[in-house]
Design a protein around this ligand. Structure first.
Ligand code: XMP
Length: 326
């Protein structure tokens, strides 16, 4: 007799027993899993938890604010925000290759996160406290897929604050490890998290960095953020946001085509809509979306987003196409 309420009560008790009076750190990604894990741990141990959010500048419109304001307001969690946009953009300058982008974003992310972590460990140490736990939003399917196993995370810190040991060893707290995604969403709602976080569609870690075909620049990111926000708004207004698995919006930054807009000829970029239906993202079909919704998205994007003069629909299933373009 699974009820969300009893799951919350059980997990809160288990977390208190595990952590005791020590301190814990949790990285927030903006995604559902880390948000619900953090909210549960916050419920259990309050100010013994500190969350870290690395803003890499590759999030969609409003998503960083959702973490920094709405999540904090809903949970009262202590949050350390690292604004690393410039660092990520510098590291990505001149890079168009998808695998290169993924590697750079992953590498920078780990460095920034570990540095923030080391600072928190040092600050706690100065107060005579010990940070001994790392909270992770691991779900049941994640454990099954990776063949089980838990324990400690041995994190090598590349950017050590003076006087810290090279290796910081944390014990993992994984309060969602018995749950499936839909159950995690229910727990999130039970804990009072906003719908925009609880019902968020999957979004890749490298963010919009892998939804710009071509080099990633601030201007291109801003442009894609506008187009993506319009698509999301219209999907939500049409009640399709929870029905569609996800809808990447992609900017073909290296492609230009001729258009006619306002006073005359334009030479702008295409935006691709990639709505897919799926159970687990391993396979997917392109979503047969109502034409009127597609028409509204197309009209709004070409009217409201500068430099975009064409909107195209991706009608490829997976396989052969992946969900993301890079
Ligand atoms: P593909 O493009 O491989 O994507 O069909 C399958 C699912 O995974 C998401 N995705 C990622 N998620 N880090 C993530 O956390 C990543 O690097 C990443 N790449 C793809 C994608 O959005 C889809 O849901």
């Amino acid at each position: 007799n699974w009820t969300t309420h009893s799951v919350v009560e059980e997990q809160v008790a288990a977390i208190r027993a595990q952590v005791g009076t020590k301190r814990a750190i949790c990285g927030l990604s903006g995604g559902v899993d880390s948000a619900v894990a953090a909210a549960l741990v916050q419920q259990a141990i309050g100010d013994q938890l500190t969350c870290v959010y690395v803003d890499h500048g590759l999030m969609r419109k409003g998503e960083s604010e959702q973490v920094e304001k709405d999540f904090v307001a809903a949970t009262g969690v202590q949050l350390k925000v690292v604004d690393a946009e410039e660092r990520f953009l510098n590291a990505l300058a001149g890079v168009s290759d998808p695998e290169q982008k993924r590697k750079i974003i992953g590498r920078e992310f780990i460095r920034v996160f570990e540095q923030a972590q080391a600072e928190l460990v040092a600050e706690a140490g100065a107060e005579g406290e010990e940070v001994a736990f790392l909270v992770q939003g691991t779900l049941y399917p994640d454990i099954v897929e990776s063949g089980g196993g838990t324990g400690t995370a041995n994190i090598k810190s590349h950017h050590n604050v003076g006087g810290l040991p090279d290796d910081i060893e944390f014990e993992l707290v994984e309060p969602l490890r018995q749950l499936f995604k839909d159950e995690v969403r229910m727990v999130g709602s039970e804990l009072g998290l906003p719908d925009e976080i609880v019902h968020r569609q999957p979004f890749p870690g490298p963010g919009l960095g892998i939804r710009i075909v071509g080099e990633v620049t601030k201007d291109r990111l801003d442009l894609l953020r506008e187009a993506d926000a319009i698509a999301r708004e219209e999907l939500t207004a049409a009640g399709l946001d929870r029905e569609i698995w996800q809808c990447p919006v992609v900017l073909l930054a290296d492609v230009r085509s001729v258009g006619v807009q306002g006073d005359g000829r334009t030479y702008g970029h295409p935006i691709v809509l990639r709505p897919v239906s799926s159970e687990d993202a391993m396979t997917a079909d392109w979503t047969r979306m109502p034409y009127d919704v597609l028409a509204r998205i197309s009209t709004r994007i070409t009217n409201e987003v500068p430099d975009v003069n064409r909107v195209v629909l991706d009608v490829t299933s997976k396989p052969p196409g992946t969900i993301e373009w890079e």
